[in-house]
Write a protein that binds this ligand. Structure first.
Ligand code: PEP
Length: 249
């Protein structure tokens, strides 16, 4: 299965700086995208601005959230249909920052997943345990609950394993931890999904840097990485995206 590299720009980037960053990444992405799928998720304000540029370079256009309802009186919100209308291909849902700051729960995320699918968007659903839940039994129960409650049984999107304690902290999970969590998640997915589909892509996210990307991408079961902070520099994002490929020297 091809691995996927997603850059989550969070609330960073203006018209000019965003276009410069996307352009720098786009100019060097050719040989990488022969081997891996690359998606950039800028803030909503840059989606239509960057859409043609990213399309020209074969980079997917991602959004960072969508509303659960089709339309309505929701001041400040963005619907899945609006995203599809702009050419968005992927939407990150249930990111821990939205769970924390916007009080999103599993039931709401499941509705967003369904809405995204209805409009042809590929949901990238984030799950992950907190520092307090790091111990195996607690973490597994929490992750299993997130899977069964966030994902409809006919889910055909992407899962991102993002331990909360690793996000933005500079402290990525170890290869062994990622391997055992991913084995658990793949198992939980095949029990939950009606398709018994072992091919769901499961990404790792949490302080991925160019220095450790090759070893993370080599972990069995890793379908790619979701990159936050390091996606804000073309050099570090490209370093991650090409890590471990024969073209990297
Ligand atoms: C994220 O926010 O999804 C993320 C992985 O952030 P960072 O790479 O900065 O830890």
């Amino acid at each position: 299965m091809r691995q996927m590299i997603i850059g989550n720009w969070k609330m960073h980037g203006l018209l000019q700086t965003g276009a410069e960053l996307a352009q720098e990444i786009g100019a060097a992405i050719g040989p990488i995208s022969d081997a891996r799928d690359v998606v950039l998720a800028p803030p909503f304000t840059l989606l239509s601005h960057l859409a043609p540029l990213l399309a020209r370079h074969g980079i997917g256009l991602g959004a960072q959230d969508c509303h659960a309802d089709a339309e309505g009186a929701y001041t400040g919100d963005i619907s899945a249909e609006m995203l599809a209308d702009l050419g968005v291909s992927h939407v990150i849902l249930g990111h821990s920052e939205r769970r924390e700051h916007h009080h999103e729960n599993n039931a709401l995320i499941r509705r967003k997943v369904q809405r995204a699918r209805e409009h042809g968007l590929c949901p990238v659903v984030c799950v992950g345990e907190s520092e307090q839940q790091k111990e195996d039994t607690l973490a597994q129960a929490w992750l299993a609950k997130q899977i069964t409650e966030c994902l409809p049984r006919d889910f055909d999107g992407i899962l991102a394993y993002e331990p909360i304690w690793a996000i933005g902290t500079g402290k990525a999970a170890t290869q062994q931890d990622i391997e055992s969590r991913l084995a658990f998640l793949h198992d939980a997915l095949s029990q939950h999904l009606e398709t018994d589909d072992k091919s769901t892509r499961v990404l790792y996210g949490g302080s991925v840097k160019p220095e450790d990307a090759a070893s993370i991408l080599a972990v069995p079961g890793v379908g790619g990485v979701l990159v936050g902070g390091a996606s804000l520099s073309a050099r570090s994002f490209l370093g991650i995206a090409q890590a471990g490929l024969p073209l990297a020297s």
